[in-house]
Ligand binder design. Structure first.
Ligand SMILES: Cc1cc2nc3c(=O)[nH]c(=O)nc-3n(C[C@H](O)[C@H](O)[C@H](O)COP(=O)(O)OP(=O)(O)OC[C@H]3O[C@@H](n4cnc5c(N)ncnc54)[C@H](O)[C@@H]3O)c2cc1C
Length: 391
C-alpha cells in the first residue's frame, strides 16, 4: 500500500511524486503509457514567465527559481538553458500588445523589455527575419528537454522510494465513507489514502462518479522537428498575436541543434491512436505545411533543414486558460493538477511543490486561490476565452 497514488507521469505527476517522496511519503505513480507520453513529451518545453496571466506569473517566476537549481537538485541533466524568450510582433496591432505584456510583467517584478525594431532584435537573435518589427525580451526565460526533465524527476523520486506502474490505466478512483481508499486499474485495486489526478487531457471520466469535471476544451498543436544544424537561435520565440491561427507559431533550437517549432492552437480533428504503446496523432498535411511556412517566415534558415519528425500534441485548455490546483472538498484525499492550457511545462517544478503541500495538509508555498475548481461554477454556464499563448 502507498500513502499516495499519482495518476499520470507527465511533468506534473513526476514532480509531485518527487516532492511527496522527498517529504517522506510513500508514492506510486500509475501511467497508462510511459513517462512523458502525452503533453510533457509533445511539448515545445519553453520555460516562460513573460506573457503570463498576472494570476499565474508568480507561479512561473517561482518555477524559474527552481529550474535554475533543478539539475543539481535532481542530480541529472534536464537540458535547461536560460537564454531568454522573444515574443515577436509583425503587424502594427502587435505593438500595443507587446507594450502591454512588458508593462504588466515589469509591474510584477519581471525583467522584461521592449525591443522597438529589427536591429534591436537581431542584436540578440541574428537568425530572425528583418520583417519582424518589434519584440518583448525576457532574459530569464528559457527552455529545457522534456524527456530528460520528466525522467530526471522520476529517477530522483525512485531513489527516494517512489514506485512506478507504467502501461497501466486507472479506471476508477475508489472511496470509502467519502474518503479516497485507492484506485482500480486494468490490473487490480491499489489502496492509498490520497490520489493526485495529474492526467492531462484525460481524467474527467474518473471524476464523473463524484459529479465533478474540470471544464476543458481539448485543442491540438502541430509540432515539427528538423535535422540538427549549427547554433543559430538561443531564445524561445513566439508570436504576440496567437489568435491569428494562420500565422501563429512558436519555436526554439534544441541543445542538439534541431529546431523544434509549433503551429498556433488548432481544432483537434484527427484520431488519437496507439502505436507501439505510444499515443499518436497525425497532423494534417496542410497544418504541417502552414507550420513550416509560419516559422520559416520568422527564422528563414529553418526552411533549409530536413524535417526529421512531426506530431500533434493536445492542449488541456480551461475556460480562463489557468490550471486547476486544488483539493476536492466532497472527496477527502482527492487532489487535482490539470488544465494547464498549453503552459504547464514551465510550471512543473512549482506544481510538484504545491501539490505535495496540499496532500500533506500544509499551506502551499504560493497563493493558489485563482486555481480552485469552484471558480468555474455550473458546467452549462462555462464559457471559454479564445485561444491562449504558448512557448
Ligand atoms: C505542442 C505543445 C507545446 C507546448 N509548449 C509549451 C511550452 O513551450 N511551455 C510550457 O510551459 N508548456 C507548454 N505546453 C504545455 C505543457 O507541455 C503541458 O501543460 C504539460 O506538459 C502538462 O503536463 P501534465 O503532466 O499535466 O500532463 P501530461 O504530460 O499530459 O501527462 C498526463 C499523463 O497522464 C496519463 N494518464 C491520463 N489518464 C490516465 C489514466 N486513467 N491512468 C493512467 N495514466 C493516465 C497520460 O497518459 C499522460 O502521460 C505545450 C503543450 C503542447 C502539446
Amino acid at each position: 500500500m502507498s500513502d499516495v497514488i499519482v495518476i499520470g507521469c507527465g511533468i506534473s505527476g513526476a514532480a509531485t511524486a518527487y516532492e511527496l517522496a522527498k517529504a517522506g511519503r510513500s508514492v506510486t505513480i500509475v501511467e497508462r503509457y510511459h513517462p512523458a507520453a502525452m503533453a510533457s513529451g509533445w511539448t515545445l518545453a519553453g520555460v516562460r514567465q513573460s506573457g503570463r496571466d498576472p494570476r499565474e506569473l508568480p507561479l512561473a517566476m517561482a518555477a524559474v527559481r527552481i529550474w535554475e537549481q533543478l539539475d543539481r537538485e535532481l542530480d541529472a541533466p534536464t537540458g535547461y538553458t536560460q537564454e531568454g524568450n522573444l515574443r515577436i510582433g509583425v503587424a502594427d496591432a502587435d505593438i500595443p500588445r507587446l507594450r502591454d505584456i512588458v508593462a504588466q510583467g515589469t509591474a510584477q517584478g519581471l525583467d522584461l523589455s521592449f525591443l522597438p525594431d529589427s536591429a534591436a532584435i537581431r542584436a540578440f537573435a541574428p537568425a530572425i527575419s528583418p520583417h519582424v518589427a518589434a519584440a518583448s525580451y525576457c532574459p530569464t526565460d528559457g527552455h529545457a528537454d522534456p524527456d530528460l526533465t520528466v525522467n530526471a524527476y522520476l529517477r530522483a523520486a525512485g531513489r527516494l522510494g517512489a514506485r512506478t506502474r507504467f502501461g497501466e490505466c486507472v479506471q476508477a478512483i475508489e472511496t470509502r465513507g467519502g474518503r479516497v481508499s485507492g484506485v482500480r486499474t486494468d490490473t487490480g485495486v491499489l489502496p492509498a489514502d490520497a490520489v493526485v489526478l495529474a492526467s492531462g487531457v484525460f481524467g474527467n471520466d474518473l471524476l464523473a462518479p463524484f459529479g465533478l469535471s474540470v471544464p476543458l476544451a481539448v485543442k491540438c498543436v502541430t509540432v515539427v522537428r528538423t535535422r540538427p544544424t549549427v547554433p543559430l537561435l538561443a531564445q524561445v520565440l513566439s508570436v504576440a498575436d496567437a489568435s491569428n491561427a494562420e500565422a501563429a507559431c512558436a519555436g526554439r533550437q534544441q541543445n542538439d541543434g534541431a529546431f523544434r517549432f509549433t503551429s498556433g492552437i488548432e481544432d483537434w480533428t484527427e484520431q488519437l491512436v496507439e502505436r507501439a504503446g505510444r499515443p499518436v496523432i497525425a497532423p494534417k498535411a496542410a497544418a504541417l505545411a502552414a507550420t513550416i511556412g509560419s516559422f520559416g517566415a520568422v527564422v528563414p534558415a529553418s526552411l533549409d533543414l530536413g524535417v526529421e519528425s512531426f506530431w500533434c500534441g493536445l492542449i488541456d485548455q480551461t475556460p480562463d486558460a489557468l490550471p486547476v490546483l486544488d483539493g476536492v472538498d466532497r472527496v477527502a484525499g482527492l487532489f487535482l493538477a490539470r488544465g494547464f492550457s498549453g503552459h504547464g511545462f514551465c510550471l512543473g517544478p512549482v506544481t510538484g511543490r504545491i501539490m505535495a503541500a496540499l496532500v500533506n495538509g500544509e499551506a502551499p508555498p504560493l497563493p493558489i486561490g485563482a486555481f480552485a475548481l469552484s471558480r468555474f461554477g455550473e458546467a452549462e454556464q462555462v464559457r471559454f476565452d479564445p485561444v491562449t499563448l504558448h512557448g
